[in-house]
Design a protein around this ligand. Structure first.
Ligand code: XMP
Length: 506
C-alpha cells in the first residue's frame, strides 16, 4: 500500500482515490504517524506528502522528522509536501505575495521518471504561494513555469520526488499518468479491487466475530444495505438486522427492502412496524428541529428496545464510510457533519463496533454493492434524509399528508425514470406546503394544497444547483399530480440553489 500523509490540503482524499484507481490500496494518515509504525509495516511501499494550507516557516506548521526521508522507500511531496521536503533536506523555500493559482503551462526541462514519455510542455493545476527557491543538495529541477523556477524536483538515487502543482486533480492534464509512474516506482502490487476487498473483509469479519452474534441497523439506504450484504456473506445467520419502519420512507420502500433481504440472504431480519408510534410522537409538531429531534430519539428508543431482546449479541455493525471517519476523525480535515451512529446505545450492552466499510468512499461502496450482487435500484439509490418524508411536509405531519408526499414522490420518480433524468439529477423529491390556494377542478371551485417539486444537481450535497428540467417533463409531472392526487391543487418548481437555499426545505 501507499500512505498519504495528511498536511491538511482540501485535495488529500482525492490523492487516496487516485492511487486506489491505479489498483494500489492507499490510506490517508495523520502527518505525525510514528516512523516506527511505518518501518514495522513492510506492506507500505511508498509515501505521498500531501499539500496543506501552511508555510514551512509558520510557527505551528506541520512537519515530519527528517529521518522519514531515510526510510528507503519512494516518497512524493505534493505542493506543501514538496516545500517541506526541500526545507528539511537543506533547500530554501521562499514565501511569496504572488499566488500562482489555476491552469499553468510548465516546461519539462530534465529527465524525471514521473514525466518520462511526455512532451516538452504540459498543463497543470497550481495552487500555491510559497515556492522552493533553492533545491536541496543533489536534487535536480526537472520542470519550470513562468512564475515558478522549480516546479518539479527529484533525487533519483533516493527516489525522492517533489511536485509543486496538484497531479491529483483532473485539471492537471497528465496528473494521473505522473501518479501512475510514481506508483510503478514503488513496486506496490496493483491488486486492489472490490473482489480482493470482499475476500479480505470476509476473512477479517469471520476472525473477529468467531461464533458470536452481530446486530446491524438496516435503513434501506446504500451504506447499511451494502454492509448487511457483506456481513451476510461472512457470517450469515450470526447477523441480525433490525429494520425500523417509521412510516416516513418513500412509497413501498420499507416493504421492498424487507422483501429483498428476506429473499436473498441468510441473515435474520427483524422488521419493526413503528409507523403508529412515530405518527403519534409527531402529532401537532410543526418546528423542523423539533421534528428531527423527536424522530432521532424515537428511532433510538425503538432500536434499543429491539437490541435488548437479542441477549447474546456482542457486536454492533455500522455502514460508516471513510469520508465519515475523515470528516470527524483526522486532525486536519474540517468537521462537516457528525454522521451515522445509532446514537447512544446503552453502555451496559457493551457492544463492540464493526465498521467494514470504513476504508471506502461512497462510489466504492456502490461498486462493492454491485460486486456483492445488490440490485442497481438499491445501489444507485439517491440520498434520503434520516427523518424521511417528515421533513418534506412543512408543518405538522399527518397520515393524509404523508400519503400526498409519498404518492407525489412516486409520480416524480416514475417520470424522471421515463425521461432518463434519474441518473443526471442528483436528488429529486416533492415537498408539501401548508398553503392552500383556489383553483378549478371540473366545474367546481377547489381549495387545495400547493406542492413543490425540488430537483438538484450536486457532487456531494454541500452545494447544489436547481436542475434545469425540460418544461415538458415538468408539465407532465404537474398534470399527473393534480389529476391523480387528492388534495393538491397547484404545483410549483423550486428554482433556488444551495446556497442560499438548502436542498431539503426543513
Ligand atoms: P440540505 O437540506 O442540508 O441537505 O441541503 C443536504 C443533503 O443531506 C440530506 N439530509 C439529511 N441526511 N439526515 C440525513 O441522513 C438528515 O437529517 C438530513 N437532512 C438532510 C439531504 O437529503 C441532502 O441530500
Amino acid at each position: 500500500k501507499i500512505l498519504v500523509l495528511d498536511f491538511g490540503s482540501q485535495y488529500n482524499q482525492l490523492i487516496v482515490r487516485r492511487i486506489r484507481e491505479l489498483g494500489v490500496y492507499s490510506e490517508l494518515v495523520p502527518h505525525d504517524i510514528s516512523l516506527d509504525k511505518i518501518k514495522q509495516d513492510p506492506s507500505i511501499k511508498g509515501l505521498i506528502l500531501s499539500g496543506g494550507p501552511h508555510s514551512v516557516y509558520d510557527q505551528d506548521s506541520f512537519t515530519v522528522p527528517k529521518q522519514l526521508f531515510e526510510l528507503d522507500i519512494p516518497i512524493l511531496g505534493i505542493c506543501y509536501g514538496m516545500q517541506l521536503m526541500a526545507h528539511l533536506l537543506g533547500g530554501y523555500v521562499e514565501g511569496s505575495q504572488h499566488h500562482e493559482f489555476g491552469k499553468t503551462y510548465i516546461d519539462l526541462i530534465d529527465e524525471n521518471p514521473l514525466t518520462a514519455g511526455l512532451g516538452k510542455t504540459t498543463s497543470v493545476w497550481m495552487s500555491h504561494g510559497d515556492q522552493v527557491k533553492v533545491l536541496p543538495p543533489f536534487f535536480v529541477c526537472t520542470a519550470k513555469s513562468s512564475a515558478t523556477e522549480h516546479v518539479m524536483m527529484r533525487h533519483l538515487a533516493r527516489r525522492l520526488f517533489g511536485i509543486q502543482f496538484h497531479p491529483e486533480v483532473t485539471h492537471t492534464e497528465q496528473g494521473l499518468y505522473m501518479l501512475e509512474q510514481f506508483v510503478k516506482l514503488t513496486e506496490a502490487s496493483r491488486t486492489w479491487s472490490m473482489t480482493t476487498f470482499i475476500e479480505s473483509q470476509v476473512e477479517k469479519i469471520q476472525n473477529t466475530v468467531l461464533d458470536q452474534q452481530v446486530i446491524l441497523g438496516l435503513s434501506g439506504g446504500v451504506d447499511s444495505s451494502v454492509a448487511a450484504a457483506l456481513l451476510d456473506k461472512a457470517i450469515g445467520k450470526q447477523l441480525t438486522c433490525i429494520f425500523v419502519d417509521h412510516g416516513l420512507l418513500r412509497k413501498n420502500e420499507g416493504q421492498e427492502v424487507a422483501d429483498y433481504f428476506n429473499q436473498n440472504f441468510q441473515l435474520n431480519l427483524v422488521v419493526v412496524d413503528a409507523k403508529g408510534l412515530f405518527l403519534e410522537k409527531l402529532k401537532g409538531v410543526e418546528n423542523p428541529e423539533d421534528k428531527r429531534k423527536i424522530i432521532g430519539k424515537t428511532f433510538i428508543d425503538v432500536f434499543e428496545a429491539e437490541t435488548k431482546k437479542l441477549k447474546n449479541a456482542t457486536f454492533l455493525a455500522q455502514g460508516t464510510l471513510y469520508t465519515d471517519l475523515i470528516e470527524s476523525g483526522t486532525k486536519h480535515a474540517k468537521t462537516i457533519k457528525s454522521h451515522h451512529n445509532v446514537g447512544g446505545l446503552p453502555k451496559e450492552m457493551n457492544l463492540k463496533l464493526i465498521e467494514p466499510l470504513n476504508t471506502l468512499f461512497k462510489d466504492e461502496v456502490r461498486k462493492l454493492g454491485q460486486a456483492l450482487g445488490l440490485p442497481e435500484a438499491l445501489v444507485q439509490r439517491q440520498p434520503f434524509p434520516g427523518p424521511g418524508l417528515a421533513i418534506r411536509i412543512i408543518g405538522d405531519v399527518t397520515e393524509e399528508k404523508l400519503k400526498i408526499v409519498a404518492n407525489s414522490d412516486q409520480i416524480l420518480r416514475d417520470e424522471f425514470l421515463t425521461h432518463g433524468l434519474n441518473q443526471s439529477v442528483w436528488q429529486y423529491f416533492t415537498v408539501l406546503t401548508p398553503i392552500k390556494t383556489v383553483g378549478v377542478k371540473g366545474d367546481n371551485r377547489s381549495y387545495e394544497y400547493v406542492l413543490a417539486i425540488r430537483a438538484v444537481t450536486s457532487i456531494d450535497g454541500m452545494t447544489a444547483d436547481f436542475a434545469h428540467i425540460p418544461y415538458d417533463v415538468l408539465s407532465k409531472v404537474s398534470s399527473r399530480i393534480t389529476n391523480e392526487i387528492k388534495g393538491v391543487g397547484r404545483v410549483v418548481y423550486d428554482i433556488t440553489s444551495k446556497p442560499p437555499g438548502t436542498i431539503e426545505w426543513e
